[in-house]
Design a protein around this ligand. Structure first.
Ligand code: SF4
Length: 281
């Protein structure tokens, strides 16, 4: 399928990317921006915006759509929180997004490392806003509770796609478990915004997308992101269709009518794209 004009991005100036890349290397940290081969990397790095990826850069799961490395994960790194805070200070960030690979090999799925990073960032800047984009911790409620006790500003957990496509796209995940996590989060700490996100263009129908939005609202989700699936490489599944910008606008309207605080919907929207904007009142 030929890429339509609205999915063609200008190649970003390399100098911006190089500067942030140098800092990332210097601080020995990982970003999902690079690992998942995000199409917005030029724009975000230019604004010194990025999403830190903790718990290493090797995932224990094998989602078909994802560009992150899969396999034997790295040992847990106790210095990771300090390096994240150093990078945060050097980038001058007041809004930080932290995500991770999924670590089903760890008893708490790595939740305690999220808590260490949040605590360290709040130590260096008590007014910092932190968004955590977490895996499902295999439904471990105590792991979720510990993260919410650390008071992130936004608790984000992506459902990624409609339930019918889970066996194909994310077989080790569970749609019901992800919805339960989002509703538990809202029940445990109402002060924390909950957020989720999904891709379209994988073969879902409009009805299935609207039903997914309703499920997320039913789980008390405040914020949602909707973006076009773009294969990170030729080895990944092809997009079934390219969703037109008008259709994204329609989902934005439907989402707002369903009561989401903010809906970010567009071809290049990703779960932490312009995250600080999405959470601003
Ligand atoms: S769990 Fe997340 S990082 Fe791991 S393969 Fe799936 S989408 Fe990628």
């Amino acid at each position: 399928m030929v890429l339509p004009d609205f999915l063609i991005k200008r190649i970003p100036k390399q100098e911006h990317i190089k500067k942030v890349r140098a800092l990332i290397d210097d601080c020995e940290i990982h970003t999902v921006c690079e690992s998942a081969k995000c199409p917005n990397i030029g724009e975000c790095f230019k604004k010194k915006s990025l999403t830190f990826m903790i718990l290493g850069n090797i995932c224990t799961r094998h989602c078909a759509f994802c560009g992150v490395k899969k396999g034997e994960p790295l040992l847990l790194d106790q210095n990771e929180p300090k390096r994240i805070s150093e990078a945060t200070m050097r980038l001058g960030l007041n809004y930080v997004v932290i995500t991770s690979v999924t670590r089903d090999d760890l008893e708490d799925g790595g939740a305690s490392q999220f808590v260490r990073v949040i605590t360290e960032l709040k130590r260096i800047n008590p007014s910092i806003k932190i968004e955590v984009l977490i895996p499902d911790f295999m439904g471990n409620e105590e792991a979720l509770r510990n993260i919410l006790k650390a008071n992130p500003y936004v608790l984000n957990h992506n459902v990624e796609t409609i339930p019918r496509l889970y066996p194909l796209m994310r077989a080790e995940a569970n749609y019901g478990r992800s919805l339960t996590l989002l509703s538990q989060a809202k029940a445990i700490n109402r002060q924390v915004y909950t957020k989720s996100g999904f891709m379209v263009g994988l073969g879902e129908t409009k009805e299935e997308i609207v039903s997914l939005l309703a499920d997320l609202r039913g789980a008390g989700c405040d914020l949602v992101t909707i973006g076009q699936y773009l294969p990170p490489s030729k080895k990944h599944p092809k997009a079934v269709r390219y969703v037109e910008p008008d259709e994204f606008s329609e989902y934005k309207r439907i989402g707002e009518n369903l009561g989401f605080k903010r809906v970010f919907s567009g071809p290049f929207v990703r779960s932490s794209f312009n995250a600080s904007e999405l959470a601003s009142n």
